[in-house]
Every structure is written in C-alpha cells, then in structure tokens.
Design a protein around this ligand. Structure first.
Ligand SMILES: [Zn+2]
Ligand SMILES: [Zn+2]
Length: 327
C-alpha cells in the first residue's frame, strides 16, 4: 500500500510502499477514505513531541471503510464506515482510566504517533477506539471532526457556562467550535494572527460577532478564552482579555514558551488550564451533537502524495478550515 512516512523527526515525509498491516484480534483493517491534517501532526514531524514511533505513518483524523476485522471484533462489520481519532489505546487499569480520565492514561498510545495512522491507503485501528460516523457527513467533511472537532469540543467544555467566549487562533478546531458556540446561543469573539483579514472574515462568517488581531483588546471582556494557536504569548494576552473568575483553556498539545507575566492578570480567580487528548465519552458526545447542531466543516483537499504540501500550508496559516488528505 502507498503511504507517507516519517523516518526521522525534522525531515519531510517520504512516499513509501508498505506491506498491508494485519488486524489483531480487536483490530479493524480500514481502507482510508480521508485523513485530516492536524497541527499535532506538524509537532510530531518537527520533533516537538518526544519519542514518536519511527518510521511512522502520521495522521489521526481518519475516516474509512472496514475491509477486514479481527476475530474478537464485535462492534462493527466489514463494510461499515468508521472514524479513528488520536486516542488509540488505553490500559484500563491505571488511576486515570479508573476515574473516567482515560485521556490522561499513564500508558495511552496515540494514533499517528505511537501507532501508524491515516496518511496511507490502509490502516489498522482498535475497534474499541473507533466510532460510527453520521450518514449526513461525507468522508472528507467528516475527517476534521475526529480531532479538530473532538478536542475542540473538550476544550470548549472547560469554559463551563461562559456566555462570551473568545477564540485565539482560527484554524480547524476553531471553525468547528465556533459553530457549537453559536448553536448553544453563546457569543463569540475571534482573535487571529494580526492583520489576517481573511481569517477574521472567515470567523465572522461562522458567527463571530467581533474578529480582530490577537494583539487587540476585545470590545467586551471575555467570560472565557480558548487558545488553539501554539503561541505561548497568547496566554497572557488571553488572561488580560478575560474577566475575573474566567477560564483560559489551551487546547493544543504543544506551544512555544509562555512569556512571564504579572500575577495580577491571573489574580481574581482566573483559571489557566490545558486540555490533553480526548476520552471516548468526548467522542460519543460530540459525534452525536455535531449533526444535530448542523456543524459543517470547510476543507481543502490534497492527494496523499502531497502530504508535505498540506503540512507546509498548515504551518503557514494558508488553510481556511481543515486540510484533508485523500488517498
Ligand atoms: Zn490507563
Ligand atoms: Zn489532532
């Protein structure tokens, strides 16, 4: 099968012809129909996350069709369409798994990081971490739901019942979360790279009542802020824009160092927190909500062979919505 493979951190992906993997007892062999490109893929390729499997097939926002299944598979049938997310396996016995926090599992393994992912014609995935996808979504438009949607949704949950929410970084996750915020009847402000008028216009088209640069103060103080850009300087900016008692939640797996900031912008019970990974419950909740809320995704497609171009465009902020590879 054709695949795009990372052989060393910091290098470009290389086209490769790999042996088709065999599904284990709990695994599905999946023909990949679409795989969205996540910023986490960039962090893996750039060597910003420790100890990836090498060589590695990246990609953890997979939509595909089951072509074969292991002997213990009982949740799906051959021919079913499934989505495969970042969370690929958990131990089930550590303190986190036993307390509904499998996203923090001590031994968790992640798709497209420790497990080969979806930048390929075929992939295998553990059925217990795969999900049915609503028929209202095509393969390509469903792919960004699998991480931008799921982890974006988990990040939004950390905002509690905040009414006015600011989003910093208006990429794939933000364009989905914005629709959830508006569906819930809440107010949205969007902060983009300074001067990125196209992203600001995109945010307004998805219901942001104000959109500006991340160097600008919002017209009203925020009840909560969600950070989706990997830029540490956004943390003090978001704290400064957020009201007393408000939460600033960072949804990314990596960001540049956070500059030092005066205590008074955190004081008055502002909460600063990160979001790590997802639980299967997050996926079930979000994948049920998305079609009901009419969530649509905007995608830019690339053939599998152009995976490096998709990553470069993501790095340069040149993708409106989500980049999706199509084998
Ligand atoms: Zn565990
Ligand atoms: Zn991701």
């Amino acid at each position: 099968m054709r695949a795009q493979v990372l052989t060393a951190a910091g290098s470009l992906l290389a086209a490769a012809e790999l042996v088709v993997p065999r599904p284990g007892p709990q695994q599905l062999l999946i023909e990949v129909r679409a795989c969205a490109v996540c910023r986490t893929d960039l962090h893996v390729v750039d060597g910003e996350l420790p100890d990836p499997k090498l060589p590695l097939v990246p990609g953890h926002e997979i939509i595909g069709t089951i072509v074969e299944k292991g002997e213990s598979v009982d949740r799906f049938r051959v021919g079913d369409r499934v989505g495969v997310p970042w969370l690929g396996w958990t131990c089930g016995v550590c303190e986190y798994c036993r307390s509904a926090r499998e996203n923090l599992c001590d031994r968790a393994r992640f798709t497209g990081y420790q497990i080969d992912g979806g930048y390929a014609e075929l992939t295998v995935a553990d059925q217990r971490y795969c999900f049915a996808i609503d028929l209202r979504y095509g393969d390509i438009e469903a792919a960004p739901l699998m991480c931008a949607g799921l982890i974006g949704y988990r990040t939004l949950r950390m905002a509690g019942d905040a009414q006015l929410i600011g989003i910093y970084g208006f990429g794939a996750a933000a364009h989905i979360v914005a629709q959830v915020i508006r569906h819930q009847g809440r107010r949205l402000f969007a902060f983009t790279r300074p001067g990125d008028l196209a992203a600001q216009q995109f945010a307004r088209s998805l219901g942001a009542e104000w959109a500006g640069g991340s160097d600008q103060p919002p017209p009203d103080p925020l009840d909560a802020a969600l950070i989706f850009a990997p830029v540490g300087a956004l943390v003090p900016a978001a704290l400064t824009a957020t009201k007393k008692g408000g939460t600033v939640a960072s949804g990314g797996i990596h960001m540049s160092d956070i500059p030092s900031f005066p205590y008074h912008i955190l004081w008055e019970e502002r909460v600063l927190r990160s979001v790590a990974n997802l639980t299967r419950r997050d996926a079930e909740e979000f994948l049920a909500l998305a079609p009901k809320a009419g969530i649509r995704t905007e995608t830019v497609t690339y053939p599998l062979a152009r995976a490096n171009d998709a990553l470069a465009d993501l790095r340069n902020g040149a993708v409106q919505g989500a980049a999706v590879l199509v084998p």
